[in-house]
Every structure is written in structure tokens, then in C-alpha cells.
Ligand binder design. Structure first.
Ligand SMILES: [Zn+2]
Length: 176
């Protein structure tokens, strides 16, 4: 079953990125090479190229500069997954070596990996078989704080209220 995640971050960010370029669709290894060249991506200290990604509603990876907002990368639309992606590159061969679902704008569930996997395999790009770091997002039902659950501790970091086991980040859409 495919699930679309709507943007649930702040309106401030939504408005501030209205003029930012939409992420570039990567349909082939060539598209990836072109994106890296055109946007002049530089390897980080570990020799990896880091980027912001979303999987758009049609199942394609879109890339934007690292630290771009996911909503800009997605062109303001709903997405199948989102996070950070790290490519290694050796003799024109690219591989996804690290990938996360870290996006507080969309809070995609770790289960959205299946959509990422499909998108990567149609390029095709080798990948680690799952998110290398998984984030669990929950909204506090009392104070509305968005939490990242750590060590299976389902407690709000602000008010210590128990957090639900089921994804609920789109509650309280008026949250600013
Ligand atoms: Zn709370």
C-alpha cells in the first residue's frame, strides 16, 4: 500500500521556500551525474556527496542541495518518502551508502523505505537495503510538540506525556 505524506511543518518555512527550485528528478545514473555537475556538489570530509531527497508522488527520487527544505525539494507537494541521502562515487560508479528518513517537514515513517527502494532500483543505484538511520516521529497529544522518539522511549521531551505507538504527526495541522 502506498501512502502519501503531506507537508506538516510550519507555514513560515512553507512561505520562505516558495521561490526555491524544485528538486531535480533522477531517472538514471546519468541524471545523477548531471545533477552533481550542474549544481557543483562537492564531496564531504568522508568523500561522500550528501543531498536532500524526496520520493515524489509518481515514485521518482528528487534531489536538492543538502540542507534544502524538503518542501522546496518536493515543490510543495505530498511525497512518498523524504530524508537525507549520501552517495559514494568511484570511477563513475555511484552507490547510496547512507540514507535516512529525517524530515521534520513531512515526518515520513520508516516503512516508507519500500518506496525509496523502488525509486532507487529503477535508476538503478545500489543501496544499503534500508534506511541506515531510522527516525520515529510523533506529535505530543498534549503540548503538540513534534518529537523524535529515541531508544524506544515514547515520551514527550517537553512535557513527558506518553506518545502514541501509531504515527500521528498530522494531528493539529494548525500547529505553528
Ligand atoms: Zn508534550
Amino acid at each position: 500500500m502506498t501512502r502519501l505524506f503531506e507537508y506538516i511543518g510550519t507555514d513560515n518555512i512553507r512561505l520562505s521556500v516558495a521561490d526555491c527550485p524544485v528538486g531535480v528528478r533522477i531517472k538514471s545514473v546519468n541524471d545523477l551525474k548531471n545533477w552533481i555537475n550542474k549544481t557543483m556538489q562537492k564531496p564531504d570530509t568522508r568523500g561522500l556527496i550528501a543531498a536532500t531527497f524526496v520520493v515524489d508522488s509518481e515514485g521518482y527520487i528528487r534531489l536538492a542541495d543538502r540542507h534544502s527544505e524538503h518542501i522546496a525539494c518536493a515543490g510543495g507537494k505530498s511525497i512518498l518518502s523524504a530524508g537525507e541521502i549520501f552517495f559514494s562515487y568511484n570511477k563513475q560508479t555511484f552507490e547510496v551508502v547512507e540514507i535516512t528518513n529525517q524530515s521534520t517537514g513531512y515526518c515520513p515513517e520508516a516503512g516508507s523505505w519500500s518506496q525509496v527502494e523502488k525509486a532507487l532500483e529503477q535508476i538503478p543505484l545500489p543501496h544499503p537495503g534500508n534506511f541506515t538511520t531510522e527516525f520515529i516521529f510523533r506529535r505530543c497529544p498534549v503540548c503538540r510538540q513534534l518529537n523524535i522518539v529515541k531508544d524506544d522511549l515514547f515520551l514527550c521531551a517537553v512535557c513527558n506525556t506518553g506518545l502514541p505507538k501509531i504515527w500521528n504527526c498530522d494531528c493539529y495541522r494548525t500547529y505553528i
